[in-house]
Design a protein around this ligand. Structure first.
Ligand SMILES: N[C@@H](CCC(=O)N[C@@H](CS)C(=O)NCC(=O)O)C(=O)O
Length: 245
């Protein structure tokens, strides 16, 4: 495990906020974008692909997956749970806008779509990148395109003509879906398919460019070519990680 730090720690104490993560993980990107939006200094402890650090096994003994957020040593797992925690724990941080909508109905709608995203995207991406044995790539591409079509319509309803699902600023659903954009672009290259098609999902395609260029996102979201290279280098390991247990 290696560490990359945003904050110099002169006291010798571990930083108040640490993330067990990996630069390539979309679920980790969610946490880093949320921390950036709130202006929270943090340290990222990079896990090694195919190995699980002692810290990860200690702090996420149930799923043994990244991300894990450590706040003053207290662990929180599951990316969407962590994003909600960050929103609440730094509710009035530096005047940053809330991540979840205040209105309970809008909050429920965004949570519905975030669950939908996690139901469709990770699986589709695994199949298209070739790390799921026996996966049908044509079917996966069709299902992801259909999901993006639904999300194009959801964008119109949620954004109400503004830049993000969250309105004027990046919100919960922007983070939930946006975190997958690096891999969506990578599997477009790997599998030779077009998913974020300007002709079919014009609003979503424009949103994707805007999201990735946002200051809270730009240094977090890996370049598609780097993810393609990661896939090539770790093909066997990725298959093993995704094999039924
Ligand atoms: N539902 C989890 C998914 C996390 C997840 O799948 N993390 C992957 C990295 S992208 C992982 O740790 N995989 C290791 C493994 O499955 O052993 C979340 O949202 O945090």
């Amino acid at each position: 495990m290696s560490s990359s730090s945003m904050s110099a720690n002169i006291s010798g104490e571990p930083p108040a906020v640490r993330v067990l993560g990996s630069w390539a993980s979309p679920f980790v990107h969610r946490v880093l974008v949320a921390l950036n939006l709130k202006g929270v200094e943090h340290e990222v402890l990079q896990e090694t692909v195919g190995k699980k650090s002692e810290l990860l096994l200690r702090y996420n003994p149930v799923h043994k997956k990244i991300p894990v957020l450590l706040h003053h040593g207290k662990p929180i797992a599951e990316s969407l749970v962590i994003v909600e925690y960050i929103d609440e724990a730094w509710a009035s941080s530096n005047g940053a806008p809330a991540i979840l909508p205040r209105d309970p109905y809008r909050r429920a709608v965004e949570r519905f779509w975030a669950h939908y995203v996690d139901d469709k995207f990770p699986q589709g991406i695994r199949v298209l990148r070739g790390s799921e044995a026996g996966g049908d790539k044509n079917k996966a591409a069709e299902e992801m395109s259909a999901a993006l079509q639904h999300l194009e319509e959801a964008f119109a309803r949620c954004s109400q003509g503004k830049h993000y699902f969250g309105g004027d600023s990046i919100g919960y659903l922007d983070i939930a879906l946006g975190s997958h954009l690096g891999w969506v672009r990578a599997v477009e290259k790997i599998a030779g398919v077009q998913l974020l098609d300007d002709a079919k999902v014009p609003n979503l395609a424009a949103w994707a460019d805007r999201f990735c260029a946002h200051p809270a996102v730009v240094d977090v979201m890996p370049d598609a070519d780097k993810l393609v290279q990661f896939t090539v280098e770790h093909a066997a390991l990725l298959k093993a990680v995704n094999a039924p247990k």
